[in-house]
Design a protein around this ligand. Structure first.
Ligand code: COS
Length: 387
């Protein structure tokens, strides 16, 4: 937690400057080369971005959820690929260890994650287990012999963000083959260099070039039993759900940042572009698109801050986190669409960048739970509470 407003303001100002001066000018290069330059990653480490959420005692900045949201709104004002390179390490890849790991597991991994020395990826999704995460089939079967106490892991994980860069995976696998549901799933920390792990080819995606995903294949991979998160079997699905709940507020904050950037770009373009003898920003039909976007953006920003504050206060925010992810990601899609419309033909050309954002933001409605999964979580919570 940042203890005073001045320090928080200084952090936000330095992230904002980094985005403006280093990341925005590199957006096209990253998109064309599908790679984030090493120099930028080093600067991210120096800024502390890999350790935003990790406790100070392990070398991180230990931001509250509200502080994390404020940083993510600033980080959102550039290509989302930049956030992605540290996003799994501060979020879904580390939070399971932080929430449910043993003191030894935290001491072993969190300092190296916080410094950016180690990148972590979250390995939940499988070819046949996406939205229905509890149906996952990757097996981790305990095996004790003269080589020690291990789990033998077999299975394939899909769309794993940062897998090619990962030093560790937080892996969800079934330790009880007889239990086909959520309670048969356990969470592990797996060294990415372990024998028996191979990576598929890097996925060709619609957008977010520079952020990499691929399959991770486990073929009789031996994972030491001590790497079972919290040393408790059957708790992995709940760990994953808690991690995703937090991640949904984080992603919603990124959506707010990206929407802000697209709307600012669209407004600037509308002020410069003249048709019928005046800037198109003077036309009410263009103003309607600007105004609807501003109103929705404001609503999403307020929602994300409110959910973050509630979470910081210890409230159960399952519903609020899903409301934020649902509304902010859909809002971001609408703002992207209107921004392209305001740019007109120029919005369809790669030169103006808005076309790239349009493709990039489509992912927000899919990952860390589709919009439909958020609707299910919200409605189920409502029905449960009303019973
Ligand atoms: N925090 C803590 N525990 C949670 C939880 C949360 N946010 N959400 C669910 N759980 C618990 C439940 O309480 C339940 O435990 P009990 O059996 O002890 O009551 C257990 O987890 C199973 O939950 P549930 O019965 O709701 O599981 P379902 O199989 O019905 O699935 C959904 C629930 C659909 C919400 C879940 O599979 C999901 O989020 N899917 C999307 C996955 C996703 O986001 N993937 C993105 C890829 S990773 S980037």
């Amino acid at each position: 937690m940042i203890r005073d407003q001045e320090t928080l303001n200084a952090l936000l100002a330095s992230v904002s400057r980094f985005v403006r001066e280093r990341l925005v000018p590199a957006e096209n290069e990253v998109s064309e080369t599908d790679r984030i330059p090493d120099a930028i990653i080093s600067e991210m480490k120096q800024l502390g971005l890999f350790g935003l959420t990790i406790p100070e005692s392990y070398g991180g900045l230990e931001l509250t959820m509200e502080e994390e949201v404020l940083v993510m709104v600033e980080m959102g004002k550039t290509s989302p690929a930049f956030r992605s390179i540290f996003g799994t390490t501060v979020g879904i890849g580390s939070q399971g260890i932080l929430m449910d790991g043993t003191p030894e597991q935290k001491a072993e991994y969190l300092p190296r994650l916080a410094s950016g020395e180690l990148i972590s990826s979250f390995a939940l999704t499988e070819p046949d287990a996406g939205s229905d995460a509890a149906s996952l089939r990757t097996m981790a079967i305990r095996d004790t012999d003269d080589r020690g106490d291990h789990y033998i892991v077999n299975g394939t994980k899909r769309y794993i963000t940062n897998a090619p860069q990962a030093g560790i995976f937080t892996l969800m696998a079934r330790t009880n083959p007889a239990d086909k549901g959520a309670s048969g799933v356990s969470a592990f920390i797996v060294d990415a260099r372990s024998p028996g792990i191979s990576l598929g080819k890097i996925d060709k995606k619609m957008g977010q070039r520079g952020a990499h995903t691929c399959d991770v294949i486990f073929d009789n991979c031996r994972v030491p039993a001590e790497n079972l998160i919290g040393h408790v079997e059957g708790r992995g699905f709940k760990t994953a759900m808690k991690v995703l709940e937090k991640g949904r507020i984080h992603i919603a904050a990124v959506c707010v940042g990206v929407a802000r950037r697209m709307l600012d770009d669209a407004l600037r373009y509308a002020m410069d572009r003249k048709q019928f003898g005046q800037p198109i920003a003077e036309f009410q039909l263009v103003q309607a698109m600007l105004a609807d976007s501003q109103a929705e953006l404001y609503a999403a920003h307020c929602m994300v801050l409110d959910a973050a504050r509630r979470r910081d206060a210890g409230e159960n925010v399952s519903t609020e986190a899903s409301c934020c992810k649902l509304f902010a990601s859909e809002m971001c899609g609408r703002v992207a669409d209107r921004a392209v419309q305001i740019f007109g033909g120029a919005g369809y050309l790669a030169d103006y960048g808005i076309e790239r954002f349009y493709r990039d933001v489509r992912l927000f409605r899919l990952y860390e739970g589709t919009s439909q999964i958020q609707q299910i979580v919200i409605a189920r919570n409502m029905v449960r509470a009303a019973r």
